[in-house]
Write a protein that binds this ligand. Sequence first.
Ligand code: AHR
Length: 666
Amino acid sequence: MKNLINKYIWILLGLINSSSVLAQVPDLIFDIEKPKKQIVIPQTLYGVFFEDINFGADGGLYAELLKNRSFEFKQNLMGWKTFGNVSLRNDGPFNNNPHYVHLAPTGNEWRQTGLQNEGFCGIGIHKDATYRFSVWARTTGNSEKETITIELGDLGEDTWGQAFCSAKITIDSPEWKKYTVELTSPKSSEKSFFRLFLESDGEIDLEHLSLFPKDTWKGRDNGLRKDLVQALYDLKPGVFRFPGGCIVEGTDLETRYQWKETIGPVENRPLNENRWQFTFKYRFFPDYYQTNGLGFYEYFLLAEDLKAEPLPVVNCGLICQYMAKHESEHAQIGELDSYIQDALDLIEFANGDTTSTWGKKRAELGHPQPFNLKYIGIGNEQWGKEYVDRLKLFVKAIRSAYPDIKIVGSSGPKPDGEEFEYLWPEMKKLKVDLVDEHFYKDENWFLKAADRYDSYDRKAPKVFAGEYACHASTYGRNHFQAALYEAAFMTGIERNADVVEMATYAPLFAHLEAWQWRPDLIWFNNLNVMRTSSFYVQQLFSHYKGTEVLKLTIDGVPVTGKEEQNGLYASAVWDEQNNCYIIKVVNISNNKQTIKLNFKKKALLGDFADATRITLAATNPRLENSITQPDAIMPKVESISLQNISSPTIESNANSLQIYILHIKH
Ligand code: AHR
């Protein structure tokens, strides 16, 4: 009502003054003021959640280019083609990965022996880039030296393809030894192969064949794909959750994620099945495994590089409850000691000094300084009494050994319903610090949920919106409208930053040819990366999160898309570091709207020195970025001048997210 009266006063003033002011008549007025109680925005508010799904780790972020490098897949030669005289053996030098191949001549110099690897949907090779091949090998015959040739080539239409660069290695010892050679490619190819020939007459054994780009993120050995980490870095995430997701739970206890198996020499890290091999029959990937080459040490390093708080999630003795048919498939209460010990040891691994057992291991891996772990998640999407009973024991042990560590509990796989209603009170009773909520929901849900947290209990544990994405009715698409609706919802997260401590979109990565789940935030093929419009929404909220929440209302109520609010969603923050107000406006209507900003308290006033407007919009709501047109939807940044600087009028474009940054004059 007040807004309506204000609007008429403005129209009247407009009529009295001049016709040019008429153009400025606002459709709505945003009242902006400091709330009675200060709400500081947590640095962790917008983060990323990484899981090895959609070939996000092996075949994705983890830069290894060869598939099944240690011959440990259930079908030991999966990913390889052999020719000539190649046999599989299983008494190799690495006890966790005992299989290797034995190569012998064919007896005819024209008939070659060797093997060829297909990579992950091919091997991505960049022109002029250098690749490092390594192999553990030994000679096994009488001769002391044997030679192998390695090649990279183009598959093209051909089954075996043509080589475009090669190198030779001499195997000069009957003892297992690591050999390394570098090759620089004269061309780019999205679908290369790797091939190896035995050149000499003797026999050799080969184990752990590995091919990495030399130019990994920060140039690390066993490193990460640079362009994909760059995308994460560009998000400026405040928290980094890993390693899952359902893979934490596993298909059964044997295949649950066990962090201790993911550290130490990569050659000896045991392979694990990836449950996303078979979760969806229509996206079946029997060649999807976890080499654990990207393990917990690498995850902690990455969190540090990203300047994000690490948030590891550990298994709590429950396997994926969707899959489990019987209670007996879970670890029983009396069997939880080793699970709890794993959690305690993890905290020591991250934070312990170098004289502690696990702190010492961290130092030996190259990081004597602690990783400063503050959070730990216990269980992924667990539910029911079986979860509560188990979580209780973890909470007791962690509180007693590490009272400062914040514990994240689960509210189940859905954002409402029986399990959710049961779990929240239980989480309060257990006094966990945060409760993880997951929602993969449709457009309507996202728009309605913009006020979800307005009524949350301020004294309860904080919320970690740990997995969410708008799954639009045109299923699975990363189109602009879905991203816009996520933005609408996120204004509600921001307004309630005293309740929501962190929020992470999910899933993070997807290989264009090997995904199991969509939509996803970042897509890639073997050469390139594509940032979705959801990515840009996350990035904009993260970059412009500010330091303090401001109260932004229309007629005293938050702007959550109500009918009389013309399809607008909005939030406002103050940024102490940059001395500016930041107003985020999501307009889901088809109309441009004029909005007057009414900074209510004098304390908030100040002259605006300059203003910036960032717009994320698309030519049509179904538009999405693609690998060939990755920039179809991109934020547009412009400087604008504001009239009536102490109470300016802004415009909100139809179907857009717009961020206004108003810098205050000193
Ligand atoms: O993000 C994909 C999956 O969704 C996660 O693994 C799981 O936690 C949720 O069900």
